[in-house]
Unconditional design. Structure first.
Length: 79
């Protein structure tokens, strides 16, 4: 078995067996993983929303007559 060839894998298999054996510990680990995934999803959603808002702002500025160079000078340093 591969786990017997690598000390790191052997330790990981041991931890996995230990976590699987104790239901409370396993549930806590699952909760931590769910929280981590939820936070990553929220951050990704916020990033996408920010990009959309930025794109809409740029379009508004271009429609108002500002050149791309003016927009970069005015807002490029703030990002």
């Amino acid at each position: 078995m591969l786990a017997t060839k690598s000390p790191e894998l052997k330790k990981a298999v041991g931890v996995l067996k230990e976590l699987s054996a104790d239901e409370r510990t396993r549930m806590m680990a699952e909760d931590r993983e769910k929280f981590r995934r939820d936070m990553a999803s929220r951050v990704d959603g916020a990033r996408k929303e920010g990009e959309q808002i930025g794109e809409m702002k740029i379009i508004e500025l271009l429609k108002s007559g500002k050149s791309p160079e003016e927009i970069l000078r005015e807002y490029g340093e703030k990002g």
